[in-house]
Structure formats: structure tokens, C-alpha cells
Design a protein around this ligand. Structure first.
Ligand code: C5P
Length: 324
């Protein structure tokens, strides 16, 4: 009986219809997007070890998929395939397994089990919140599989315990994030934002980028760039492009100097209105004011030595979604 969970979900989100879920099976599938930080303003590290943020997230059309099926006797296991899958630990500490355990511990019973299958397209350690996306999708998928007494607010709270980017992966769209990045306010935006993502040959660890930030800058901008929210609200894509910013970009470039060439080169290409390192990097994100130029930019940037691949994505897209 998973109908109760879905009805609550539908009432809260008002984004899907119950009719989508008439045909129940023991398989629950969730699709979840990557994110880019349109702006990432970082304050001084607090006593809790985290930095207070003012950030604008946007969810992009680059998705991981999580499928769950029931398992006996409370077993929780995970099978991860796709992009960079081999880099994810198989000792039960991956974010999908942690998410399943957390939601069961708070809302379920120990005998409830799940086989989790994660199919990754979002690269690992790329600044695109791929691990957070998998955690968010697993929270949602297991809630439905086990018909738990959760709702979107409860899942948001659990998401914040799992990581700073997990709540946004549930919410999607474009949102202002404050605190650790877990306090979210959906933002009004107009227009479609076309992005070219340039994936780097190696990853960057988020804690090490924040550590470099502490050792060098220590404190970044104290608020969002003036005019950014207005540019988003009015669909002024070049205006958004001119205001892309990231206080972690400097530290990321210090740890991975070749990214500077990627940024510089991409920024000079026709149709590109802004360039920024996404999150703690090393993915470089180029914003375009029209779709037409995107393929040519992606092809050009892909030729750079430190780029292992490029992808065209659009935002904003919804957060974690149940698939029929
Ligand atoms: O929350 P999450 O596990 O994604 O964060 C990874 C690391 O990033 C944290 O351990 C912390 O070092 C750093 N971080 C931070 N301030 C934030 C978010 C993340 O210092 N607001």
C-alpha cells in the first residue's frame, strides 16, 4: 500500500497526479538532477566546521537514476554503474546507502530492506552534487517503497543531515541557499538557461577546496552580486552571465591550475555570456544566451587537454522525481 505516501506527496508538491501511480510494482524509480551554483558566496568557517553560504543553485538536465526494490530481512545493498561508478566506496558508506539507512531509522522498521541500483551520469567529485543527488533520490525512493510516513518537509530535514547539497537535489528549480546551503528559498526565474559543462580529467575534494579557501581568502563576498536575482527573475541571461561568481573558484584554481585555461578559452567563444567553476569544482560551466551556439562551444572546449568531456544541459529542471 504505497498509495497513502503518494497522495501526501502529491498534495504537498501538487506537481504530479496520483493517476501516474495506479500501476504499482515493487520497483520504484527516481530521476534526480545535477546542480550548478550560479553564485556561491562563502563566509568565514564557523565553529561547526561549515561555512555560511549565500548561494544560488540551479538544477540541470543531467540526471542520475535510482531504482529500489524490496529486500528481505532488512538488507540494504547498492549496485552503482555508469559515470565514475568505480570511485564510489562499496563499504556501505556511500550516500545512497546512508540515505536509505537514515530514512528507515527515523520512519521505518529494521526488517524493511532495499536493493538500490544507482545509474550515474553525473560525474563524481565534480562540483555538480552527484553524490548528494543520489542521496536525495534514495530518500524519496525508499519512502515510497516502504510507504513511510514522510512528506517533503520531513525528507528535506533528513536531506540536510546527509549533506549541504542534498536538500536542493530534492527541491530542484532555481533556489537561494543560505546557512550551510540547506535553508532553501525557491526563486522566480524566467527563460531557459543553456549551459555547457566541461568535465575535468581529475576530481577535487570539497573539504580540501574549503580548506584552501580558509588558508588563503578565509572570507569571500558578504552577499549575492547586486542585480543577480533581478536578472534571473526577468530572464536576462547575459545579465546573469555577467554576475556568475564563486568564492571557491580561486582555491579550486590554486589546486588545479589547468582549469584557468579551460575557463579563459570557453569564455571567449561565440555565444558564451559567462563562465564559472561549479561549486568546489573542477567542472567549468559556461552559460549561453541561446541554444544554437551550445553544440559548437561544447565541441571546441572538448578539444582542450585538461577536458575529458563536455555536455550541453539546460536549467532549471525539477528536483528528484518519481518515474512512472
Ligand atoms: O555537507 P557535505 O558533506 O556535502 O560537505 C562536504 C564538506 O564541504 C564539509 O565537510 C565541509 O568541509 C565543506 N562545507 C563547508 N561549508 C558548507 C558546505 C560544505 O565547509 N556550507
Amino acid at each position: 500500500m504505497r498509495g497513502a505516501w503518494v497522495m501526501r506527496y502529491v498534495e504537498n508538491m501538487n506537481s504530479q497526479t496520483a493517476g501516474d501511480y495506479e500501476a504499482w510494482s515493487d520497483l520504484v524509480r527516481v530521476r534526480v538532477p545535477a546542480k550548478v551554483n550560479v553564485a556561491l558566496c562563502v563566509g568565514r568557517r564557523g565553529d561547526d566546521g561549515y561555512h555560511p553560504l549565500h548561494t544560488v543553485f540551479q538544477a540541470l538536465s543531467l540526471y542520475d537514476q535510482v531504482e529500489v526494490t524490496p529486500a528481505d530481512e532488512g538488507a540494504i545493498d547498492v549496485d552503482i554503474t555508469g559515470e565514475d561508478a568505480e570511485e564510489i566506496p562499496r563499504d556501505g558508506t556511500d550516500l545512497a546507502t546512508r540515505a536509505a539507512r537514515l530514512v528507515r531509522e527515523r520512519y521505518g522498521r529494521p526488517d524493511q530492506g532495499a536493493h538500490i541500483r544507482v545509474t550515474k551520469s553525473i560525474p563524481v567529485a565534480a562540483g555538480l552534487a552527484g553524490g548528494s543527488a543520489d542521496a536525495a533520490a534514495t530518500l524519496l525512493a525508499c519512502s515510497v517503497l516502504w510507504d513511510l510516513d514522510t512528506d517533503p518537509g520531513a525528507l528535506q530535514a533528513l536531506a540536510g543531515e546527509l549533506g549541504a547539497d542534498v536538500p536542493f537535489a530534492l527541491l530542484g528549480g532555481t533556489a537561494l541557499g543560505t546557512g550551510r546551503g540547506t535553508e532553501l528559498l525557491p526563486l522566480l526565474t524566467r527563460g531557459r538557461y543553456h549551459w555547457v559543462l566541461a568535465f575535468a580529467r581529475r576530481g577535487l575534494s570539497t573539504p580540501s577546496v574549503y580548506q584552501r579557501f580558509d588558508d588563503t581568502a578565509g572570507e569571500g563576498r558578504d552577499g549575492l552580486p547586486p542585480g543577480l536575482l533581478e536578472a534571473l527573475a526577468s530572464g536576462d541571461v547575459p545579465g546573469v552571465g555577467a554576475r556568475l561568481c564563486n568564492d571557491l573558484q580561486g582555491p579550486a584554481l590554486e589546486l588545479y591550475g589547468e582549469l584557468a585555461q579551460t575557463l579563459r578559452y570557453g569564455q571567449g567563444l561565440d555565444g558564451v555570456v559567462g563562465a564559472v567553476v561549479s561549486g568546489s569544482g573542477p567542472t567549468c560551466a559556461f552559460l549561453l544566451d541561446e541554444a544554437r551556439a551550445a553544440k559548437a562551444v561544447a565541441d571546441e572546449v572538448a578539444r582542450l587537454p585538461e577536458v575529458r568531456g563536455t555536455l550541453v544541459a539546460v536549467g532549471p529542471v525539477p528536483g528528484a522525481q518519481l518515474l512512472g
